[in-house]
Ligand binder design. Sequence first.
Ligand code: ATP
Ligand code: MG
Ligand code: MG
Ligand code: MG
Length: 575
Amino acid sequence: MRARSFFISTLKEAPADADIVSQQLMIRAGMIKKLAAGVYTYMPMGLRSLRKIENIIREEMNRAGAIELLLPMVQPAELWQESGRWEKYGPELLRFKDRHQRDFVIQPTSEEVITDFARQEIRSWRQLPVNLYQIQTKFRDERRPRFGVMRGREFTMKDGYSFDRDQQGALKSYDKMYAAYQRIFTRLGLTFRAVAADTGSIGGDRSHEFQVIADTGEDLIAYCPDSDFAANIELAPAPCVIEKREEPKEAMQKVPTPGREKCEAVVELLGRELTSSMKSVVLAAERFNEKGEAVEPQIVMILLRADHDLNEVKAGKLPELKDGFRFATDAEIIKAFGCKPGYLGPVGIKSDIVVYADLTAAKMSDFICGANEEGYHITGVNWGRDLPEPKVADLRNVVEGDASPDGKGTIRLQRGIEVGHVFYLGTKYSQALNATYLDENGKPQVLEMGCYGIGVSRLLGAAIEQGHDEQGIIWPESIAPFTTVICPMNYSKSEMVREAADKIYEDLKAAGVDVILDDREMRPGVMFAEWELIGVPHRIVVGERGLKNGEVEYAYRRTIKEKQMVKTEAIVDFI
Ligand code: ATP
Ligand code: MG
Ligand code: MG
Ligand code: MG
């Protein structure tokens, strides 16, 4: 791109009504322009960054197996009446009538429309699981639109919806999205934290928000530096569905950890209930990496038709398989759970807890539990049975230094910007709209759902809240409108400069660098200030004096004052 053939429109001063730095800088850098409260034009410069964010999201959603579609923005009221949200949603929902006096809404989110789509399109268990997403304009008539794109009324959201056969599958889809979100926000170059969240008006009972850490954030997060505990305190969610165990196996067998106790409690309860009709043994677990981020859940072990002695198993001994019993094959496990088995050496030997259950009586989703010494954790034990619910911690009045609800340390508070939200929905919408599929026996079953949102346009503001200085924006490389700018001195007058700048420009383009050549012939100081405001990460200044030594000047936006001379022929490799 050459600056003359692009559209650059910067301002010296921010408008008086711009409250926070990202809003001021986006307006000054010519990224957005206000049309009405909470309604913005994305100018060409801003659109480039927005598209880059969208593409990263798209790549990671596709990589996680989700499929893109595009739903209408205008939606008939009937679907919202069917779900009950026509009454519940309140004034944030923009409603209007068409010429025939029929009621419509502009989508603030799309659970109804996607569920309607699914009840028509998904017929058989063979089509499941499926995860559909869109990147689309949303409208919410926010009570207080503010902070520019952070709380717009019209904004871009990635919203995705998973459909599964049962709860087990739905939770797996949820975990996949959770992992995809970790990758997305990491690739976007943001400092963020996943926190437990309330399920609000969307419903369901498992939910996490992804919060970009920033003092200007509207949310308050309580977290414990010594454990996994992190929650949005507006809501007081259940504190620890997940428990981490780090002890090596020897230590673990001697010292009961909370995770082990919980596991044993599960074994006790399930064991008492199910011993007589045991058909199988399942140990499922979710794996976490060293950073405590969830990676894909795995089935550690499954035995088909088994009547092992519970006490023996609890003692760590895996009984010999008797006649009529066998371990499930990988293919069977993949078929049953849709995910790969993760055997740990010889099956079961390293597993210290096994959960017995009856496949015929209970839904597989009634238990997901397990632990071993390799960083496996108990995850989301969901009863459906009258077993004790996890306690809900009331965090609303929490202050720094209070004990963390998991008892592992003290609470710290920090502000965050909610940029993503994953929900396990269960059958809330599929039940209301009667969205079913036929199982192997031809019996209709209600679809299990999850929904997953990302504030695409909000991310622009969040990234700037985290990356800026006195001169302007400091974009993460992955979403900068351009990654490199070439600033030639006397572009039209000096043939030497023009030739060198053009060559570097062509070479960078050929190397796949997203480069802009500033051929506008502005005064150097003004030109530099403008690119510093816009926040392009790499700047190359091409001038006669340097060229005579075979050099150009390079500066990195984050350390803009430290300039460095680089051999002209080496600059492309350098970048
Ligand atoms: P908030 O708590 O900030 O109002 P929300 O919980 O209402 O957000 P969700 O329904 O979870 O939002 O929507 C998914 C994502 O869409 C949010 O995580 C957020 O990043 C983004 N989002 C929500 N409202 C807005 C808005 N008014 N402007 C820009 N982005 C938004
Ligand atoms: Mg909201
Ligand atoms: Mg919220
Ligand atoms: Mg939310």
